[in-house]
Design a protein. Sequence first.
Length: 653
Amino acid sequence: MTQNIDSTLQENRLFPPSPDFAANAQINEAQLLSLYKQAEDDYEGFWAERARNELAWHKPFNTILNSDNAPHYHWFEDGELNVSYNCLDRHLADKADKTAIIFEGEQGDTRHISYAELHRDTCRFANALKAEGIEKGDRVVIYMPMVPEAIVAMQACARIGAIHSVVFGGFSAEALKDRIDDAGARMLITADGGHRGGKIIELKQAADKALAHCGDSLEKAIVLKRTGHDVTMQSGRDIWWSDATEGACDECEPVWVDSEHPLFLLYTSGSTGKPKGIQHSTAGYLLGTITSMKWVFDYQQDDIYWCTADVGWITGHSYVAYGPLAVGGTIVVYEGAPTVPDTGRFWKLCEDHKVTVFYTAPTAIRALMKCGDEIPNKYDLSSIRLLGTVGEPINPEAWMWYHEVIGKARCPIVDTWWQTETGANMIAPVPAVVAAKPGSCTRALPGISADVVDEAGNAITTPDKGGFLVIRKPWPSMLRTIWGDDARYIDTYWGKFDNRYYVAGDSARRDKDGYFWIMGRIDDVLNVSGHRLGTMEVESALVAHPRVAEAAVVGRPDEIKGEAIFAYVVLREARPKGGIDEALTAELRGWVAEQIGPIAKPDNIRYSDNLPKTRSGKIMRRLLRTIASGEEITSDTSTLENEAILLQLQGKE
């Protein structure tokens, strides 16, 4: 119960923005206070003004917010626009020659792509999609390495009104198949492979395996030649990217869509086995990315902006493919791992490309921190003026290292809280105004009504008392539904408090200064290296193994990943002696990687004769979490069917 969550973390260090940063920032204190007041005085009018000023409309809107079918909210619904036009065409008059993308491959190959070139490539690929019969409303799955063509593919889909669904290139064939089938996709866009960690990631091989078991919706696959190694091409289905675009026209008239037209689906794990296809709109989503680029990242026209996220995640959608391009920015795109050829790769990229804004995950920060200060100290990081963190709460120790070693104690850090479902930053400091506290995402942005409530839905006013993090009012960049499952959308995000609030699924507290602190997930979704994975998906994969009868998965704290995956497994055969079988553990970890992807491999597997269940058959996960964390069990265990199993689970028998 959330009312029993009390924070043991007390962090009172305050880091105000430097006068130099504040003097040159886009938003000062008076302007920020004015934004908050506008949103409070006229909530709908506040967002309408932003929409009219920030978006290029083909047909202006008259209706701001339609709540008739709440919680299916519609924003600006009678307006028409196109996202690709907003990201590319509107910049051609004054930014045609400006660099849009600075690309570096893991092997060191680089490209600089101007807005004119990105527009041309997008139009060519959009025409190639149309030539293959892709139309407005069709779903297209993108399964690619982190290369500029992935962004071209996303922009091209948006240009013709097709709905894209990007699947992270680290996901398995099985996960890809599930997403293709759920979306009813007509086309897959992939590559022969990608470079990652000094190896070739076999994307086409995985795609072939997925397509062999897909339903009937998938008709064509366009394949980018990235690595050049031999892959199988199926006649009549597979087309090389270069062949598809050869002779394609450099111009493609954008398809004007209404504001609520789905821009993309992005699948995220839930607490049931089936991934959720989060559906985002066109106008509201883009507005959220633009406003947050300006408010949170203090976007300036000469910035070199690097968000290290892959486009397979929402961060790569909002702060690589769409937000930075919509404001006319220059982005860095890096294909590979941060440790190739050594752990200085991120810092060398920042030095070489004169990065000014750097946005990455606490997982990466903690991993690089462990390598020592001498690595980043080899590089000139003086171009960096703003640092950001995303994915999960950052611990104060990592925050301080980021601040002192990377930012040299002169760069503000924007610690951002948001989700796949929210579309854009929701709680984050406006860097020239809001003083930072290590580990806190600080305050909700203007127009975002965040709160912490108790089990009954009442606001918690006591400082540092934990509760449910909720958003009280709809906001433009929010998800619209779960693809094909409106009932699940309502139940998952709104049902807890009778459709009154959006329930984020995180527990949080607010301190005496009103700063938000995220305390972790309320449900059973794991946050591994900033990636949300459903325990049920991992459990389902384990149980699918012929030697496994039952499995339960929990997270345990991990100083690098945030959470590590700890699996308890009941076999169909006798439990291994001492609960350890290294060969079987390796086999099961590989099995899960095959079923879901390497990110989901359990870090620990413990074998037992049974799981701790109540007499009604419910697995007591809180006990499993306690054991996984190495803590002593102090809670009541009297409702257990078999208390003796605890010794076995603890490895004491």
